[in-house]
Design a protein around this ligand. Structure first.
Ligand code: HEM
Length: 157
């Protein structure tokens, strides 16, 4: 089923265009990687604050309000650029276990980030739960680093 879909997709006019116009894939990859830089730096700032390793002069609630919107702003661009890369090389991406693992971890980290943001609406929620904040920060950081690693490994499968 999926191999047939990949085969069909790679023969569509849009995919053929992406495959034959040589600058498209490197240009789109560049934007994707710039977004990786944005999302990793902002999420590292947030997660280190949750863990208590950096930015401790600022309350956790302020850090959540400051950094989380960067994720919601960057992810749509990553989704768009990622989809262009998939359309250009469907079999390479969709049949790849690293790609699938990356997407599964991304779904989990999106839920965790939304949870951190939603709970932050309650007065001093994370400030009064230092251990839970540390755990959420450490788990989120582990997932982001794993997503980045899986993204890089797609090329080597
Ligand atoms: C939003 C949904 C996303 C989609 C659909 C997507 C899709 C893709 C695709 C198709 C590739 C090309 C892989 C290849 O052929 O080598 C890729 C590369 C990559 N992605 Fe994503 N991605 C997404 C989000 C992310 C996120 C959130 C991160 C990290 C925080 C990330 C990190 C990477 C990295 C590091 C690469 C390798 C770039 C390279 O070496 O050229 N991606 N992604």
């Amino acid at each position: 089923m999926l191999p047939n879909f990949c085969n069909w997709l790679s023969n569509t006019p849009l995919s053929v265009k992406i495959q034959t116009i040589l600058w498209i894939i490197p240009a789109v990859q560049t934007v994707h990687i710039l977004c990786v830089a944005i999302i990793m730096s902002t999420m590292a700032m947030l997660d280190f604050r949750l863990i208590g390793l950096a930015g401790t002069r600022q309350p956790v609630s302020g850090a959540v309000r400051r950094w989380v919107p960067w994720v919601w702003g960057t992810l749509p661009v990553m989704l768009l650029t990622g989809c262009i890369l998939i359309i250009g090389e469907p079999t390479r991406e969709l049949m790849n276990p690293y790609f699938r693992t990356k997407m599964a971890m991304l779904a989990i980290v999106v839920v965790i980030t939304a949870f951190i943001q939603l709970r932050n609406r309650r007065e001093a929620y994370w400030e009064s739960r230092a251990l839970a904040a540390k755990f959420a920060g450490a788990f989120s950081l582990l997932l982001w680093v794993s997503i980045l690693t899986a993204g890089r490994w797609i090329a080597y499968y």
